[in-house]
Ligand binder design. Sequence first.
Ligand code: ZN
Length: 345
Amino acid sequence: MATIPTGTPDASRRGCQGDESTRGHTSRVFLIHPRMGDSVIEGSTNFACPICETHRLNDYIVVGRGSAPGGVKNFPVLRCRRHGVEFADAPPLPVSDDDRRASLDCLYGTSMEPEFRYVDFMDRVEAVVGRQPGGLLHDVGCGNGQLLFEARRRGWRVQGNDVVSVVRSHIERNGIRCLIGNLSELDLEPESCDVVTSFCVLPHHLTNPTQDMQAVERILKPGGWFVLQFPANGLFRRVGKLVYRMYWPWRPSAFSRFILANLYEPGGHQFAYTHRNLAEYLRACGFGEVAFAPYYPALRFTLARFHARPLWFRAGAFLAVALLRLAAQTFRLPNHAIAYARKAS
Ligand SMILES: [Zn+2]
């Protein structure tokens, strides 16, 4: 087995005690979920920190409120006081399968040819787990299957699952098993997989990820690896919250709420983790060894979300994202990371 890439655990998180921007503003929870007859800060959240699973509003700090054009308006973003896990506390808007497919095609493409993003990701997977011709790799949230096609080219036996049913015919027509539904609902054989991958899916895209995270651990063989790419607590998130705080709580502007909605989005990046609380969560789901490595996606993938915007907007977004990317690399605050979690042998 190759050496695990080392990453610096995110020691900067101060969420357990709150921080200077939110301390003193907890009374704002009254304004979020007021309940008739309450005389103290009480109430329930829609979603919960997956580590402590508390729905008590008083267990959270209000980070701010996001508002997305064409998306959910004016939703609260909360942070668990104990674990620092942050999330958009609003259910996603209903989305049709066809719209999800269109979004997949736009953000991830449809080509079956080797694509840099998946070649690079599989290089990173194999740098840790080694090349295992004939080993079984399962991809959670496989989308149009590009990662599966790349893994198969390298000799892996592959299979995947996704909640978007329309991807199945394309993948199975090309000879790969594709199951539709959440991983925890599928009848997959326990201890059957050598590696489970998740490229920007688990756990941050799910509103209730614990059952699927435990299912990953269940289908892995002893000593098997779970390799997941996720948005880290990098410069993008930190600068976004700083911009928001420049207004909060006196006059959050449409722009600052838009910034927050780009960091936390109902139905998108619903949850936001740090290295520290993701490691804690993985261990709570049964994994042993956990390590992290920084990950810098190509700019065009980050900017794909703005494809329908006018040219001036895309040019501004390109400049802002390019500068943030340069700064993130300079200050070693990557906006994405890869976690490697191993099931005990
Ligand atoms: Zn918690």
